[in-house]
Write a protein that binds this ligand. Structure first.
Ligand SMILES: Cc1cc2nc3c(=O)[nH]c(=O)nc-3n(C[C@H](O)[C@H](O)[C@H](O)COP(=O)(O)OP(=O)(O)OC[C@H]3O[C@@H](n4cnc5c(N)ncnc54)[C@H](O)[C@@H]3O)c2cc1C
Length: 370
């Protein structure tokens, strides 16, 4: 066997897994199809302070664009836009291009080998077990393959673990990074208007007072046209200026795969649909699950036992850490799909302590974490 662990994809999940496995002393190879890590950015770059801590990422590096202390929920009413504020949020807006790059560098410094411009085409199976991957530049054999290859997950699909996404499982997103002027500098601002934005919401995530990620995720509509329309309308209350970047991408909002392991293989991050179905956030889970995947793969490889039975520990551990979050996210997404902006305004008007309510119901902790 050439490597203990082969990780496909140098996104946050893959680099985290590679770092964790290399730390355990394993021979690790990362395959990345792109020429540059973190580019293009397909993210609003919001992350919790807790996730950064757990991932042992310093919160004062150049990959931090903005510190966040609160959330603002904005909704349309017949008299204009009404806003509600929630404190107690500790988070950041990242520079993902620098963040992803730093995570990959950390893995390489720990001893992992990174090959760029190599695309994995699918798994190699022998006697029913995954023993490596077929790539655009030959085959690579390993005790354990970690599929961290994002939403498309060619590797996860070829292993029979990742089913194709149905249209209802997918939120399509369009975002501009805008340079101009940002109204609220220390908050994640969410604009909720199900009549206009079916199955999603719009956001303004600030990167200082003169830059922000402004985007929308929705279902069954062109996200880009909708974004242009919202920027001329309600979002203009929160941000103005011109785009310096357009980011498009899909978010899997169906909840995590029921099975994320098999003989010789683990699936992690967006590939495993480890995304909070209510918020569409996947970074926190990519880091946490990536780390667990790397640790379990390393232990299994050193014991020379990459059987499904051994690798099942990965699933047990991530379910313990994040199972409740995904569960609550699915429930919240269901509730949100049935309410109108008017219902939410009516409800929130009577709430005196929104942060207290979210905390006591566990919602703040669960969703913010996931
Ligand atoms: C518009 C938008 C906004 C978002 N905003 C947020 C947010 O604010 N906060 C948040 O938490 N989440 C957000 N998300 C989700 C978040 O970006 C993802 O959950 C996160 O990037 C998942 O990390 P990952 O490592 O699993 O996958 P990715 O980041 O997609 O990384 C996968 C990597 O694998 C590589 N790859 C793919 N296939 C192959 C192959 N066959 N061979 C070799 N390499 C391959 C890719 O090039 C890529 O580098 C957003 C998503 C979108 C689309």
């Amino acid at each position: 066997v050439e490597y203990d662990v082969v990780v496909v994809g140098a996104g946050p999940a893959g680099s985290m897994a590679a770092w964790a496995a290399a730390r355990e002393g394993c021979d690790v190879l990362i395959l990345e199809r792109r020429a540059e890590i973190g580019v293009p950015k397909q993210c609003a770059e919001g992350i919790s302070a807790r996730a950064l801590r757990e991932a042992e990422v310093p919160a004062d590096g150049p990959w931090i664009a903005q510190e966040i202390r609160r959330g603002v929920l904005a909704l349309p009413t017949p008299d204009g836009i009404e806003t509600f504020e929630v404190g107690g949020i500790r988070g950041f807006v990242l520079e993902r291009k620098l963040f992803d790059r730093w995570l990959a560098i950390r893995a390489v410094e720990e001893g992992a080998e990174l090959r760029l411009l190599v695309e994995a085409r699918g798994v190699i199976r022998e006697e029913g077990r995954v023993v490596g991957v077929e790539t655009t530049s030959g085959s690579v054999r390993a005790e354990v393959v970690i599929a961290a290859d994002g939403i498309e997950s060619r590797v996860g699909r070829s292993a029979g673990l990742v089913p194709p996404l149905e249209p209802e499982d997918l939120c399509t997103c369009a975002q501009y990074e805008v340079v101009g002027s940002v109204e609220i500098e220390d908050a994640f601002t969410i604009f909720f208007d199900p009549d206009r934005i079916p199955g999603g919401y719009a956001w303004v995530f600030p990167k200082g007072s003169d830059r922000a990620n402004v985007g929308v995720g929705c279902r069954g509509k062109s996200a880009r046209e909708l974004l242009n329309e919202l920027l001329r309308g309600p979002l203009s209350e929160f941000v103005s200026g011109g785009p310096v970047e357009l980011n498009v991408g899909g978010v899997p909002v169906c909840g995590p795969l029921e099975r994320t392991y098999d003989d010789g293989i683990l699936v992690v991050g967006d590939a495993a649909r480890q995304v909070n179905p209510a918020t569409g956030g996947g970074l926190n889970a990519a880091l946490i699950c990536g780390r667990i995947a790397g640790e379990v793969a390393a232990e299994a490889a050193s014991e020379e036992d990459p059987s499904a039975e051994r690798l099942k520990e990965y699933q047990e551990r991530w379910e313990r850490e994040l199972g409740d979050t995904f569960e609550a996210g699915l429930e919240l997404a269901e509730i949100v799909s049935e309410v109108s902006a008017e219902d939410v305004v009516e409800f929130l008007k009577d709430v005196e302590d929104l942060e207290g309510l979210l905390r006591s119901s566990g919602l703040l902790e669960k969703h913010w974490w996931g």
